[in-house]
Design a protein around this ligand. Sequence first.
Ligand code: COA
Length: 379
Amino acid sequence: MNTPPAGLEIRPLTIPRAIDDPDATDFVAMTHVRNLVYSETSGHDDERMTPAELLPNYGPDPAELRLAWLVLLDGEAVGRIGVDVPQEAGSRVVYWLVELRQSVWGRGIGNAAYALVESTARAHGRTVLQTWAEHPPSSGEHLQPPTGFGSIPFDHIARFLLRRGYQLEQVERISALDLRDGLPRVRELCARATEAAVGYRTVQWRLPTPPEFVEGYAWMKSRMNTDAPAAGLEFDEEVWDAARVARADAKIVDAGRTALVTAAQHIETGDLVAFNELVINNDLTEATSQYDTLVLSSHRGHRLGMLVKCAGLLSWLDIAPHSPRVLTYNAEENRPMLDINEAIGFAPIGYEGAWKKVLSDSSTTADAGIADSSGSSGS
Ligand SMILES: CC(C)(COP(=O)(O)OP(=O)(O)OC[C@H]1O[C@@H](n2cnc3c(N)ncnc32)[C@H](O)[C@@H]1OP(=O)(O)O)[C@@H](O)C(=O)NCCC(=O)NCCS
């Protein structure tokens, strides 16, 4: 391991109340560096957010302690660090990120940043450290996860994580769907799924969630961590109530962003049993993100996944008619979901590795707290 450069500063991120407040400078710089790193890695700008759009993700949240730092070299922002500490009872995990501009890689900055991640996890008594990294495509040697599905290049990022004791647990496919042709295939798929889904109907709403759907939506959100393929990753079972739904909604709505939820309702019971989320920033000409999609396990086999995805996309053409494409992330072993996406027309544009390291219990201090952090990581 190497010593970091002399001009390196890692500064706890100040979270401003509003983006035009005088103390918002570091938050604005953090957002800027975030967008640049994502663009450098993926070759597109579809993940960009404005500081005002990102800010609501950093408000206090009883479900998750979010810690963040700005990385500066000779006074210039070159990266960011985030550690999210879920507050579920008995949680052992943290989710972290270290994201640096490519121009400063290989100088020991990542190493210094990562030391802070691990000491933060230890200080909070957490032993399971997990992170997701997009690996730009490259030829040459590749690594496979134990699932046997997909691979990522054995690149600078992979070497960095492996040297620090991480294991590649899962590969996620990033896919894009071109919206500009008006989705003729999707109209047909939607009609067929509607025919197959006897006993169900679709219901839709824009966030914030209307009161009549809060309970059903909260239950489905709580199943995301338990019902999606997790490979060797560790996820806490999350408890979602009306207050948590309202907080999650506010992170999108307070930023002026638009989200459409399309759900399948079991007509006989009125239960919500499947859902799909589409989200876009304030600028409706930007790319769309598909967030969660889930069919509750007891209602699988009725084409409900296809139904909620297709119905959502068709409505989306009216909400954001100039958004050029939709991005989505799926586990490479999640064949049922990939089958639906491929039929709709999604095609792979990149791959992410999901990495995990387990610390030995003896090296941690149970929830000692951390004095030098004020922010949160967020997406
Ligand atoms: C992964 C990432 C954080 C690594 O950061 P980095 O600053 O390049 O990492 P470092 O320079 O500290 O360490 C990389 C290697 O370069 C070596 N190195 C450092 N300075 C060097 C130098 N002057 N000459 C040669 N090698 C050097 C280090 O020893 C280290 O090797 P090691 O892993 O065998 O110890 C960075 O590439 C990045 O931000 N990637 C994009 C986001 C991402 O994928 N993050 C990870 C998951 S969130």
